[in-house]
Write a protein that binds this ligand. Sequence first.
Ligand SMILES: *[C@@H]1O[C@H](CO)[C@@H](O)[C@H](O)[C@H]1NC(C)=O
Ligand SMILES: *[C@@H]1O[C@H](CO)[C@@H](O)[C@H](O)[C@H]1NC(C)=O
Ligand SMILES: *[C@@H]1O[C@H](CO)[C@@H](O)[C@H](O)[C@H]1NC(C)=O
Ligand SMILES: *[C@@H]1O[C@H](CO)[C@@H](O)[C@H](O)[C@H]1NC(C)=O
Length: 291
Amino acid sequence: MHFFALQGLLFSSLLLLHYSKAQGTSSVNCNYASNYTSGSAFQDNLNLVLSSLAVNSSLAGYLFTSHGQHPDVVYGLAQCTSGISTQDCQTCAVSAAKEIIQACPNQKEAFIHYGNCLLEYSYQNFYSVVRSNVLVGFINTQNATDPVVFNGQLGSLLESLSMTAALSPLRSAVGTVNNTYLADIYAMMQCTRDLSANSCFVCLQSLSNQIPDWCGGKQGARLFYWSCELRFEVYPFPPFSGTNSFTNPDGNKSTSRILVLLLICAALLSLVLLLVEKDEENDEKLNLIDM
Ligand SMILES: *[C@@H]1O[C@H](CO)[C@@H](O)[C@H](O)[C@H]1NC(C)=O
Ligand SMILES: *[C@@H]1O[C@H](CO)[C@@H](O)[C@H](O)[C@H]1NC(C)=O
Ligand SMILES: *[C@@H]1O[C@H](CO)[C@@H](O)[C@H](O)[C@H]1NC(C)=O
Ligand SMILES: *[C@@H]1O[C@H](CO)[C@@H](O)[C@H](O)[C@H]1NC(C)=O
């Protein structure tokens, strides 16, 4: 069942990939393979799901909900970056719900990563399914001072954070490497909270494995799949600095140009197939305790 669900999403991603777009630090993916018509029951259910997500996801910082009956049922999820205030979470969720409907006006499946929150909806029940078929990255073009040391330290940090995040109830973890002569490293990892500990770990591991190909030796990056994300920088970003200003994470870093990468290539698709196999494998081998 799990496998088929992944296959379904995988299939739709073939079309989906071509329509991904990103602006600033937000990114929208619409699945143009399945459309609904205006005035349909699906649209009514979608509107209800989106208003639930906008109104009610900020209290816990996460909400998975559904509305309607087959074949017009709509499933939706919204989640804020761990540590952001309820007020900022609410603002983000409202904007994300508004933007996703404008960007994907008739699509039955879509995802938006918007500043410090993400929101997605689908006609398929994606609860607890690892959604790793679309990879989006925002990469700092500056090189680390000593890339070899940096990569080693970052790798160990992320290895430990992916375990900590997977085992935490919020599926989220932050950590630092303190250096005397080189820049410190700050990192954050997070999964959508519908994932089990095992699935979260699998998602974060495969995301970490993308680093050498896309941002090895770079000073910072944000990478995300629909169901997990990671960020690393050589400066403290909001979960560390303790401010509540999460609206523009990279706004004051005018020197670090952000390169938006939409990884749309055949290589990714074959990689995704590998990940599906790896997922099945790891589900048996790993025995993380789900708290
Ligand atoms: C869905 O709508 C988009 C335009 O809004 C169109 O390009 C696409 O071909 C449609 N998909 C299907 C399967 O009809
Ligand atoms: C938000 O949650 C409350 C309590 O569960 C519910 O009564 C209300 O209808 C929800 N609001 C929306 C817009 O779904
Ligand atoms: C980063 O390093 C690569 C390869 O070592 C080099 O080609 C590139 O110009 C460097 N970029 C910057 C911004 O220094
Ligand atoms: C690094 O330094 C910060 C503050 O200076 C501290 O909170 C943190 O615990 C240190 N991390 C490690 C791994 O020693």
